[in-house]
Design a protein around this ligand. Structure first.
Ligand code: ASP
Length: 455
């Protein structure tokens, strides 16, 4: 039997009537696009703030946007949300069907505390799903909006950053084989006590991933406003192209190192179930985007180069350090105590460097240093700031030692010193530390030598 496609449309894809019409055309384009997950409308015009943030603001009596240094009160946020939905209804020519009245009622909810925050935060997705279903029906595309409370999209744990409950998979599988198109709001589910709980921010990706895995979809299309995953940061490298295919492992290495993609947990389900993910651009629907797969035969050695700026090395030297069993554990325990994430730690007989984000050690570095002095008693310790880490990633690196040689050669030709070199254990990525002042030219040189040259 033909498998269905699950499509998720993010906030910018559903933020106004023009975008929603693009979504309709995309869905209409393929009978397999049967299951659609939608975010809340993205930004509203007046304050250029996401609808979900306005909803958080209403629920927290203006605190949410005050902490972001914007002075937008509850009343302004309420108006922004209502006006957004009002103009969507008007522009999509949806007759008054009580949706605005229901939304207005929900915004006056007498819930309190976290239950109120979760409930209000979910309303953007809730009403957008209803509204878009209405629009599709009006355009003669038979559609049913199904709410998490109707289909058993159950969640557990923290009500403001909930996890999908294991019972959900079975429940979602039951909505297979529906005749109509199905629209489901992303980002929220129901707790066992019947309360609305929201997933973490950007959580519509998670709803889509959960649905795709439960229905064993042929593909999970994640529609957004970029063309896909880029080989390098396109703000820094003009020629950077979209990567057509890459594996979960490759994207993980690229994303963890500074590539902004979509919600990671969303991928795990799809990976387990073997559902490929296709990142597509709603504004350029003919472009194939990036396909994320479990496996691929590498046609190229390097698929992308990630870059992390503002990194620091904490360098320690001590005679016989490497002979002390458990010294790495003692050292890393100190970083754990200060809640500092460690990225790499190249080690040798008598020295070690711990690589961290320099923002993470701000205000903590003196205490951290003295605790390291007391515990490890190094002969020498220094902190080196303003380092960039450049990380070429690709399955083909493993079998081609020339990639590393080429990287070193091109940096040498540009007179750029390598401050740190660390190869990933899977050998499909390596990390080069350079002074941040040289990072732009190093990044460009690596891109040209490792990616452009191989095409
Ligand atoms: N609307 C929610 C947010 O802004 C969830 C989502 O868009 O995926 O985080």
């Amino acid at each position: 039997m033909k498998k269905n496609i699950v499509c998720k449309f993010g906030g910018s894809s559903v933020e106004d009537a023009v975008q929603i019409e693009k979504v309709r055309k995309i869905v209409d384009d393929s009978p397999s696009r049967k299951y659609i997950v939608v975010s809340a409308p993205g930004r509203e015009k007046k304050y250029n703030i996401k609808i979900t943030d306005h909803l958080f603001n209403i629920a927290t009596s203006g605190k949410h946007l005050r902490t972001n240094r914007k002075k937008i009160g509850t009343k302004e946020s309420k108006d922004a949300v209502l006006n957004k939905f009002k103009s969507l209804m008007k522009d999509l020519k949806i007759p008054d069907n009580g949706l605005l009245e229901d939304l207005n009622k929900d915004l006056q909810s007498d819930l309190t505390g976290e239950k109120k925050i979760a409930f209000l935060a979910s309303r953007g997705e809730h009403y957008n799903a209803k509204l878009i279903a209405e629009y599709f029906n009006q355009k003669e595309m038979p559609t049913e909006a199904l709410m998490p409370e109707e289909i058993g999209l159950n969640v557990c744990d923290n009500i403001l950053s909930a996890k999908v409950d294991s019972s959900t998979k079975e429940n979602l599988a039951k909505i297979k084989n529906k005749k109509k198109k199905i629209i489901i709001p992303g980002y929220y589910g129901m707790t066992s006590s019947g309360d609305v709980a929201v997933l973490s921010r950007g959580g519509s990706d998670l709803t889509g991933g959960e649905l795709a895995a439960s229905l064993d979809a042929s593909v999970y299309e994640n529609w957004t406003d970029t063309d896909g995953i880029y080989e390098a940061d396109p703000r820094l490298i003009d020629e950077a192209d979209v990567v057509p295919r890459l594996t979960y492992k490759e994207i993980r290495l690229l994303s963890a190192k500074g590539f902004n993609v979509f919600h990671f947990d969303a991928m795990m389900n799809c990976k387990k179930q073997g559902v490929p993910i296709n990142i597509r651009n709603t504004n350029k629907s003919s472009a194939p985007g990036t396909l994320i797969l479990s496996e691929r035969v590498p046609e190229e050695d390097v698929v992308g180069i990630a870059r992390l700026d503002n990194m620091a090395f904490i360098y320690l030297e001590k005679d016989m350090l490497g002979e002390t069993v458990g010294f790495t554990k003692d050292l890393l325990t100190i970083f754990k105590k200060y809640e500092i994430n460690t990225y790499h730690y190249p080690t040798d007989k008598d020295d070690i460097s711990i690589i961290v984000n320099q923002d993470d050690i701000q205000g903590k570095i003196n205490d951290l240093r003295s605790e390291i002095e007391d515990c490890i008693e190094p002969d020498h310790m220094e902190v080196r700031y303003n380092i960039s880490i450049l990380s070429p990633v690709g399955l083909g690196i493993k079998d081609n030692p020339m990639v590393l040689a080429d990287a070193a050669t091109v940096l040498c030709e540009k007179n750029i010193n390598i401050e740190m070199l660390d190869q990933s254990p899977a050998q499909i990525c390596f990390h080069i530390g350079v002074q941040q002042t040289h990072a732009d030219s190093a990044y460009k040189a690596l891109y040209e030598r490792l990616i452009l040259k191989q095409n």
